[in-house]
Design a protein around this ligand. Sequence first.
Ligand code: BGC
Length: 443
Amino acid sequence: MKNIFPKDFIWGTATAAYQIEGAWNKDGKGESIWDRFCHEEGNILNGDTGDVACDHYHKWEEDLDLLKDNNIKHYRFSIAWTRIIPNGTGDTSAAGIDFYSNLIDGMIERGITPWITVYHWDLPQALQDKGGWTNRESVEWFKNYVATLVDLFGDRVNDWIIFNEPSVHSWLGHGLGFHAPGFNEESTYLKALHHINLSIAEGYRTAKSIRPNLNVGSSYTLLPTYPENENNDEDVTATKRMFEIWNTNHFDPLFTGAYPAFIQEKMGNIMQDGDDAKLQENLDFIGVQHYNALHSTHSESHIFNVFFGEKPKGIPQTDYGWMIQPDDFEKCLVWLSDHYDLNKKNIPIVITENGAAFTDPVVDGACNDERRIDYLSGYIGAVEKAIKQSAPIQGYFVWSFMDNFEWADGYSQRFGVVHVDYDTMKRTPKKSLLWFKDFTEKH
Ligand code: BGC
């Protein structure tokens, strides 16, 4: 295929604070809901925690050198709220501010453009103790946090992602209980959903009111959903709900001010007068994250009677059991662009995460992760095809720069283009990193 990526197309890699930093209680960092969740027995596979993770807190210079040596020009990372404001509101921590300040300066010195994710799921536990996202005050806490970061780093960082994957945080964290803070009720889901959606739009406005020239977007999952059994009406209904949970429960309020009808009816007084206007915003870009196709089944024991169903046989999967179907990615991107009229609104898409878990080991100093190379070339090909159908895509970030803590599945899944030996903390660039370097240099 003829290369159609423009010269200024953004190529980068991504990580998140809790998944790589470690140093969970160092230098005055406050406890987050993920610290708490991991320390409670039974929540994480093998009892893993992010206490040490990749020890990036101490090895950040080596990590930035690796980015530079491999010509990665854009790096997306997240800030731990509890390093900057240990209790969520109130006093800031000089040590936490220094850590991120040095990290940002380190990137700039190496010619790497920093992309900050303001929030990647690690709410301060002190705020969780006040109800967390189920408390409407969370919108104010979040605005204050956004303003603090923009005041601190807005002089050096132009590209901002307000919130990472609200769908995962609201459903897995507040509707199923698989993620922190571990709630599994309809009411906690609905409250978190609404307050998070409000916080994204308000967070955007807060950042722009301080520095109007910043490039501020937010990142969303975008996944197709299929019924486990297409001849079963209940599975078909579950599939519709699954699509809402992952996609339209967030995109619809952002673009139209209303939830899909099924959710809108359930909102009751969680949604207050005037909220429809507050939910809406034309972000500077939409971050899209895509990994999988979801098969859905009717379940009496989960909220909205929806749960993950069996996947069809015969479709290639990653080592995580996620479907490899680049065509789905292409269709999703074109759907997003057309359904919400992004070209007309002049809102570009940036792929802020895409990647795959494969557990290839290091042998004789090398990690030959050919399957990841195939995966990435297929999915980047899908981006190219979507652009041809006029989806306004400006960039692509690989998830992840390095192997890291994969939430409820601990260290069992390896998404990195850099291998991490968790015993020695040695980093080994995988073959896919070299492939990505080469590919992006040519494109
Ligand atoms: C998240 C990452 C996560 C990745 C793979 C996304 O849901 O933003 O933190 O590691 O997908 O599960």
